[in-house]
Design a protein around this ligand. Structure first.
Ligand SMILES: Nc1ncnc2c1ncn2[C@@H]1O[C@H](COP(=O)(O)OP(=O)(O)O)[C@@H](O)[C@H]1O
Ligand SMILES: [Mg+2]
Length: 510
């Protein structure tokens, strides 16, 4: 998969001693790295390490406070994105920059300097784009409006646009963050094609597994500075993680439990939209006991979302039944389930997670405002100071980065919103915790803290259902593993020395 060192040896880009200050904040401080022809060079760093800032400097969106940029050996000043493109540098931002009302084709030719006035040779342009699309496997429908495209397709349009403009150094800023597993695989294939055609890719990520898979070299950034550049094959994931977070991260080994406590939740032959392979449940039976983590392994979109919604009272079964703490559930409604002490780390943080217009502090106590320590008279008179103090304690404990706990939660970054939800749901001492992708979007240090907290919950008697598309996370945390495929449970495995091959096959429906 990796090109030979010789072929990749030619340097196409070098950033030297780049410093970028915002007021007193050093987003980048004396960063140097170089990129070779036909290589994937990864910038690895935690949230806030300075990766996007460095790339915005490269793309001409920011001027560096100090430092130089060389493109193919020539020292250049890049004062605008248009200029960056002229030097062959294209960027796919974390948040796409497409014009939603326009079609894919219109977006791609937008700003094409060869198109003088309105007289564009449309047919020739289309042909050119189609050829690029085929060559790199960038499958898109040119005539669809961008609003109708899924995230993965929008990303392909952005890449196609950069290629159409002749870019041969492509910056992909956290391209996998918003993609499904299948889309990620597709992107990796495209990256391989780009590489084999001699294009260079600057890939940004903090997910160790994918970094190890796609990179040729990796430059680690921490707190705005370069830690070092390493060749793939010369480091382990653990070493990379330690370099990235600046302390040693020992491989976690949580003990696996064979729980025999009270059954908190059980599903008995539950069906919901069972004909739907991707959004249904087909005759699901399972039990979750106190003191165990049951992991649901599977490729996203095989009924996991519906399972989580059912267990949190958001949908009701069309056939079959559910028991909670020994009683058959008569009414499926989310508030009733919260009353039953069921916590939910939802898949869609925006819709189901936080009240964006409320402060961080108010979100943190949302489920526990009625506790006497936070209010008198059943939630009527709030004890503002107690809430504030509690919020500060949670801010510290969960490392929630915000300017103040009185800040509206919608203004927090995704990772920090996630920490607010986690704090609220985990601190509620639930009987059942339904955790869907609990660490998605978190960096490795934060993810470890959440894992430790979930284990602690388990050890104090909570029943945990963990749904995750991250197979490593499932293996690490689960006492039992159930595999879901097309709405069905394909098999159950013990969390102690689980048969990884067999589970992978089951995940693919084999
Ligand atoms: N426009 C800006 N104004 C002030 N501070 C900024 C700005 N952009 C980024 N920063 C700060 O610079 C640091 C690096 O941010 P960023 O480059 O976005 O990191 P990364 O992409 O690695 O997550 C952070 O502390 C961030 O808050
Ligand atoms: Mg960034």
């Amino acid at each position: 998969m990796h090109l030979s060192a010789e072929k990749a040896a030619k340097e196409v880009l070098r950033m030297e001693h780049i410093t970028k200050q915002f007021g007193a904040v050093y987003a980048n401080r004396d960063i140097s790295f170089d990129v070779r022809e036909g290589e994937v060079h990864t910038l690895l760093g935690e949230n806030g390490a300075g990766k996007s800032t460095l790339m915005n400097v490269l793309f001409g969106l920011y001027q560096p406070t100090a430092g130089d940029i060389y493109v193919r050996g020539e020292k250049v000043r890049i004062e605008s994105p248009a200029q960056a493109v002229r030097y062959g540098i294209g960027m796919v931002h974390q948040h796409f920059m497409l014009v939603e009302a326009m079609t894919v084709f219109e977006n791609i030719i937008l700003g094409d300097t060869r198109s003088k006035g309105i007289f564009i040779d449309q047919a020739a342009r289309r042909k050119e784009i189609m050829e690029l699309s085929e060559r790199y496997g960038l499958d898109v429908d040119l005539d669809l409006p961008v609003t109708e495209l899924a995230v993965g397709a929008q990303q392909r349009v952005e890449i196609l646009k950069a290629l159409y403009r002749g870019c041969d150094i492509l910056v992909l800023d956290e391209p996998t963050a918003a993609l499904t597993d299948v889309e990620v695989e597709g992107l990796f294939e495209i990256m391989n094609k780009l590489k084999s055609e001699g294009k260079s890719i600057i890939f940004i990520s903090h997910k160790m597994r994918e970094v190890l898979r796609v990179s040729d070299r990796i430059t680690i950034l921490r707190a705005g500075q370069t830690v070092e550049t390493v060749n793939i094959g010369e480091v382990t994931g653990e070493e990379l993680a330690s370099k990235m977070i600046g302390r040693e991260l020992k491989p976690s080994q949580y003990a696996k439990i064979e729980a025999d406590g009270e059954v908190i939740a059980s599903l008995n032959h539950v069906c919901y939209h069972k004909e739907s392979k991707h959004n249904g449940l087909n005759d699901i039976s399972l039990q979750i006991r106190r003191g165990e983590i049951v992991g649901i392994a599977g490729v996203d979109g095989n009924g996991q979302s519906q399972l989580a919604m059912l267990l949190t009272g958001n949908i009701s079964p069309e056939a079959g039944s559910m028991d909670l703490k020994g009683n058959k559930v008569a009414r499926f409604d989310p508030n009733g389930f919260i009353e039953e002490s069921i916590s939910h780390i939802p898949e869609d943080r925006n819709k189901a997670g936080l009240v964006g217009s409320m402060s961080v502090a108010d979100n943190l106590v949302l489920k526990i405002t009625r506790e006497p320590r936070f209010s008198d008279g059943n939630g009527l008179h709030l004890k503002k100071k107690a809430i504030h103090d509690y919020a500060l304690e949670m801010q510290e404990k969960y490392d929630i980065r915000c300017s103040s706990v009185t800040q509206e939660s919608r203004n927090l970054s995704g990772g920090n919103q996630q920490k607010v939800i986690l704090a609220r749901e985990l601190e509620a001492s639930p009987d059942l915790l339904v955790a869907v992708h609990p660490t998605r979007g978190l960096d490795i240090g934060a993810a470890r803290f959440i894992h430790d907290t979930m284990i602690m919950q388990r050890d104090t008697g909570c029943a945990v259902l963990l749904i995750s598309a991250d197979f490593d996370e499932i293996l690490e945390l689960s006492d039992r593993i159930l595999v879901m495929f097309e709405g069905q449970i394909m098999g159950e495995y013990s969390g102690k020395n689980p048969p990884i091959e067999e589970i992978s096959m089951a995940m693919a429906g084999k």
